[in-house]
Structures are given as structure tokens and as C-alpha cells.
Design a protein around this ligand. Structure first.
Ligand SMILES: [Zn+2]
Ligand SMILES: [Zn+2]
Length: 397
């Protein structure tokens, strides 16, 4: 493919993102103002699908057996590789779009819409798809879509995530999700407390043991949880308590080591209090992100092309996790971060939710849409780059 054709296509697509920016901003704010929890993103997936269709993409709704998933395809001049751009649009309970998925959604859909609107058919072999991936926060929607075969023909995948800085590569941690239940015996909390077996004592003991354990785990591992049921009423010795935990680490092996030690703590608390315990680990393990510096490099160059600055890593924040990690272990994938807030604003905070609808977020969204679209074009226009990305993927087991 003549580099001239690629350069012209890039210019057209960049201009199309600018033309669509007002519409994209409107959808981003609409999604932000109507936060929908995992697997319930009916409005968001509808708005995004309609928009992509209107700009000329072929849209399939409810792909992979998930009603709020979608896939929008822009075909190329002839058959060839498939490059996917992922869009997330779920919110968090109570704190809304505190992870800024409204920005991910419109950046991803904006990239596809701009390509469809400005090029119609791609001047290269292959195709570009925008895959609407529900339920990142707690539902591992991408894992469900992978199991259903939605990523089967995808050669490379990418998305952006909003953050308090722009970084083309940051690691993410694997997660094992665990539920823990204690079973005791109810009794009157005042007149017969000694006849009860207190399932809340066991739960508190578990949290204390985990706090002690934390001193002996590697610094980048994380163990955190909430009590989802602490009892029924204060005058009853709690007979049943439940909690949920995430065990996170940079490798799956260390996640499993955390699970082994967690089980020891859980059993110890049961023994100490006379309760019985049930630990249930979620069958879906979130995998750490696998880096692809070939694709990240292309993304970085495209940020340069549109004059959007990359920031040094802030050095303070730890790492989160994403179901995009599982995609990255299956195919070459990138998950760069785009600035949508000032430095030092934590994700999953009410402040970050505010920033996710700010002018800064809208600027980041437009830049993200451009860089995603241009990087997808790079991979199709230069099969050598896609090959390099695949070779890098294969080399790093
Ligand atoms: Zn999040
Ligand atoms: Zn997120």
C-alpha cells in the first residue's frame, strides 16, 4: 500500500473525527448522565449502535449472546485481517461514570464512525470492527464475548481508557474474585449470647488476618473486600455473614498464591470462632495485560501526529485490572490511557466522575478516537506492522 494512500486516509479520518466531535460529545454526556450498571447498558449500547449505523457501519446488535453487546463493521477493499476497537460503557454502583467509560465508549465508536463516514470502504484489505463490550466493572463481559467467539477472527484489538495522564503503556493486575461465607448459630444477643456462634466475629477475624497477611505479600499485590451481609438485626447473634474480595497480582501464579493464603486465613477465622466457612473463587480469572510495544509504538506516533502530549508516569498510583487483560493474552492488544483529568485524581472517585464529563475529558475523547482510528489504519495498510505485532505477541509467552 502506498504510504501516500495511508497518509490521505489518516487525514480524512482525523478531519471526520473533528466533524463528528459535537455529536460524540453529546453521546458521551448522555451516557454519563444515564449511568447503567454491568449487563444493563441498554441505552448506551443503543445510542452507540445507532450512531455507528448512521455513519455507515454495518451494525449487529446483541452479539455473543449479550443483549447490550454490539459489533460494527467497516469492510475493506478485499478480505484480510480484522482489527477491533473495543468500547466499554458500563458505570459503577452509586458513583456513576467514575471510571469514565462514557469516554471509552465514544472514543471507540467515534473512531469507527469517522472511518465509516470518511472512507466508506477501507482502501486496504481487511476490516475494522468496533466491538461494544459490556460489563467491564465486575462482569468480565469481554471474557463472555471471547467464549462466544466474538473475537475469533480478530487479529489485533485496541481501546483507550481515561486517566489522570496519557500513557501508551501501563501494566494491569490479574484478579481472582472470591466470596467468603461464615455459618454460625443464631441466639438472643442479650439473654443467651453464649448459646450462639457468631458468624460476624469470624468475618471480622478474617479481615484482621488479611490485614496482618498484607505485610507479608509483595508490594504490587492487592487484597481488598467488603462485607455484603453482616447479620440481620443487632439483637440476634449473626448466623450467616458474607463478603466479597478481589485478590490481585501482576501474575496469575501470584494470584493463586494469594488465594491459597486467603483460604488459610478464612479457615483460621472459622476455627477461632467455631463457625463453618465456605470460600468460592470465581471461575473467571482476570488476566494481567500483556504488553504489545509494536502497537503501542504506532499509537504513540499517532498521538504525536495529532499533537496530543504523552505524560511521564506519575509514579504514585498503583495498577488496576481489566477484562481487556484476557483479550491481550489471546491476541495482540493495547490499552493506552488518555488524560481526562488533572494529575492525581484517582479513578473510581466522585471527583473522577466529574472530570469524565469535563471539557478536558471531551478533548481526551476526541484525541483517543483519532489515535485509535489511525492505529487501526496503520495495521491494515502495513501488513508488516501487524506481522511484527503478532511476532512480539508470540515471543512473549
Ligand atoms: Zn473501573
Ligand atoms: Zn474502567
Amino acid at each position: 500500500m502506498a504510504s501516500e494512500t495511508l497518509d490521505q486516509a489518516k487525514t480524512k479520518v482525523t478531519e471526520a473525527v473533528d466533524r463528528l466531535a459535537d455529536d460524540l460529545e453529546k453521546i458521551s454526556l448522555q451516557i454519563h448522565g444515564n449511568p447503567e450498571l454491568c449487563f444493563k447498558e441498554e441505552k448506551a449500547s443503543g445510542w452507540l449502535s445507532d450512531f455507528l449505523e448512521k455513519q455507515g457501519a454495518r451494525v449487529e446488535r446483541g452479539v455473543g449472546g449479550l443483549p447490550t453487546a454490539f459489533r460494527a463493521t467497516i469492510e475493506g477493499a478485499k478480505p484480510g485481517p480484522t482489527v477491533a476497537i473495543m468500547a466499554e460503557y458500563d458505570a459503577l454502583p452509586n458513583i456513576g461514570h467514575a471510571c469514565g467509560h462514557n469516554v471509552i465508549a465514544t472514543a471507540g465508536a467515534g473512531a469507527g464512525a469517522a472511518i465509516a463516514a470518511s472512507l466508506g470502504t477501507l482502501p486496504f484489505a481487511g476490516r475494522i470492527q468496533v466491538i461494544g463490550t459490556p460489563a467491564e466493572e465486575g462482569g468480565a463481559g469481554k471474557v463472555r464475548l471471547m467464549e462466544a467467539g466474538v473475537f475469533k477472527d480478530v487479529d489485533a484489538a485496541m481501546m483507550i481508557h481515561g486517566r489522570c495522564g496519557t500513557q501508551v503503556w501501563r501494566p494491569s493486575l490479574g484478579i481472582i474474585k472470591v466470596k467468603c461465607e461464615y455459618f454460625g448459630k443464631a441466639s438472643h444477643a442479650s439473654s443467651w449470647p453464649w448459646r450462639g456462634v457468631n458468624a460476624l466475629n469470624a468475618m471480622i477475624q478474617l479481615f484482621v488476618s488479611l490485614d496482618l497477611m498484607r505485610q507479608q505479600i509483595k508490594p504490587d499485590a492487592r487484597v481488598h473486600g467488603i462485607i455484603t451481609k453482616g447479620g440481620d438485626q443487632a439483637n440476634i447473634i449473626p448466623e450467616h455473614t458474607t463478603a466479597e474480595f478481589y485478590l490481585r497480582a501482576p501474575t496469575k501464579d501470584y494470584c493463586r498464591e494469594l488465594l491459597r493464603r486467603f483460604e488459610g486465613c478464612a479457615q483460621g477465622a472459622a476455627t477461632a470462632t467455631g463457625c463453618t466457612v465456605k470460600v468460592t473463587a470465581d471461575a473467571t480469572v482476570h488476566e494481567p495485560l500483556k504488553a504489545n510495544f509494536t502497537m503501542a509504538g504506532l499509537f504513540g506516533k499517532n498521538l504525536e501526529r495529532i499533537d496530543f502530549p504523552v505524560d511521564p508516569d506519575d509514579g504514585e498510583a498503583g495498577y488496576g485490572s481489566t477484562d481487556c487483560g484476557n483479550v491481550s493474552q489471546a491476541i495482540p492488544t493495547i490499552h493506552p490511557y488518555i488524560r481526562i483529568s488533572p494529575d492525581g485524581i484517582p479513578g473510581h472517585s466522585r471527583e473522577f466522575a466529574e472530570w469524565a464529563k469535563s471539557p478536558m475529558a471531551l478533548t481526551g475523547m476526541v484525541a483517543g478516537a483519532k489515535a485509535l482510528a489511525l492505529t487501526a489504519l496503520d495495521l491494515l495498510a502495513n501488513p508488516g506492522e501487524l506481522q511484527k505485532a503478532k511476532e512480539e505477541f508470540a515471543k512473549n509467552a
